[in-house]
Design a protein around this ligand. Structure first.
Ligand SMILES: Cc1ncc(COP(=O)(O)O)c(C=O)c1O
Length: 362
């Protein structure tokens, strides 16, 4: 009888709740208004030839490299950061190797690591979800081959410092250290170009979040050029589709659009955090386009909150099943008018469910 590999049989399945997302979508950390109009214009111009031909990644990689101030040999465009994570697992992990993550964090690290047959070691975040630099370092062994760190982290919005990350990288020279900067634009802190000094460091970026192109599936993986040669060997030559490749240069050119969106989201984030503070609700100050908040102490509390918000047309994400997040929800921010809608609904939900001291409108 045909049987999947042992590592695959024991994999948990990950089903993001995408079905029936009717309402203001503050549940997946996407851009809530969409991509630059320049991208839409390029989409309208696509012709049959562009779709008939196999996509050529290299010319667009050269554009992205110039944008990042690195050479094309140091990067690879990927089918979202997800594929970048997958490729690193396939490139560096042998069955039985150790791979380290900090929990709570982005779910796909564990899944790809496990699929490669690695033993995943979860290091709990410190108090208030601070980056557990010392604890993580103490878990590095000669069998550690991959360490994945989201910076800022999802779902907590917390960050590790450059110093902490580089200390991890130098303590584990035989391990690939992935610093996933999916939320870079909202935070501004980057490890680039440290991959030149630390050839085991990889930095990932995405066009799914600030750039509003999650549906096109495109991300970037950056690393030492020698290492990237190995990673490229694992990937498909056609991993990023022609539509995404056609749109990406337009998205990059329109930095004004990104800056404006990011600035509005940051203002909305401050407003939401102030409301939580005034209401005496636990939250973790965020460096990303979302905020994690404790709306109770059980998963029933967070489920009731999510459902109450959904009835008011606002979708937010229950994070109760994440490590240390019982009773927590994660709320994505959008521009001002969406924040107005969010805060109105939040105020009503808090009042109806008797959470906190009642949120004041702001
Ligand atoms: C930390 C982190 N990395 C990667 C991703 C996925 O990015 P992409 O859409 O580029 O695959 C997400 C999406 O939620 C994320 O939170």
């Amino acid at each position: 009888m045909l049987r999947p590999r042992e590592a695959v049989r024991s994999l948990p399945s990950y089903h993001p709740p995408l079905a029936g997302r009717n309402g203001l979508r503050l549940d997946f950390n996407e851009n809530t208004v969409g991509c630059s109009p320049r991208v839409l214009e390029r989409l309208r111009q696509l012709g049959p030839e562009e779709l008939a031909c196999y996509p050529e990644r290299e010319p667009v990689e050269a554009r992205v490299a110039a944008f990042l101030g690195i050479s094309p040999a140091e990067l690879m465009l990927t089918n979202g950061v997800d594929e970048g994570i997958h490729l690193l697992c396939e490139t560096y992990l042998e069955s039985g190797d150790e791979a380290l993550i900090v929990v709570p964090t982005y779910s796909m690290y564990r899944i790809y690591m496990m699929a490669a047959g690695a033993q995943v070691i979860s290091v709990p975040a410190g108090k208030n979800f601070t980056f557990p630099a010392e604890e993580l370092r103490s878990r590095i062994t000669p069998r550690t081959r991959l360490i994945a760190i989201a910076n800022p982290n999802n779902p907590t919005g917390t960050v590790a410092t450059e110093r902490q990350l580089l200390q991890i990288a130098s303590a584990a020279p035989a391990a690939a250290v992935l610093v996933d900067e999916a939320y870079f634009e909202f935070c501004g802190q980057t490890l680039l170009p440290s991959h030149r000094e630390f050839p085991n460091v990889f930095v990932a970026r995405t066009f799914s979040k600030a750039y509003g192109m999650a549906g096109l599936r495109v991300g970037v993986l950056v690393g030492d050029s020698e290492q990237m040669r190995a990673v490229r060997r694992v990937g498909s030559p056609y991993n990023v589709n022609a539509v995404a490749l056609a749109c990406l240069p337009e998205a990059l050119v329109d930095q004004e659009y990104i800056a404006q969106y990011v600035s509005e989201v940051q203002q909305s984030r401050t407003r939401l955090e102030r409301v939580f503070e005034a209401a005496g609700i636990r939250f973790w100050p965020s460096h990303a386009n979302f905020v994690l908040a404790g709306v109770g102490s059980t998963k029933e509390d967070s489920a009731a909150f999510v459902e109450n918000m959904r009835r008011r047309g606002i979708l937010v994400r229950d994070r109760s099943s994440d490590h240390g997040c019982e009773g927590c929800v994660r709320i994505t921010l959008g521009p001002r008018q969406q924040a107005d809608r969010l805060l109105t609904a939040l105020h009503e939900t808090l009042e109806e469910l008797g959470i906190g001291q009642g949120a004041s409108r702001s």
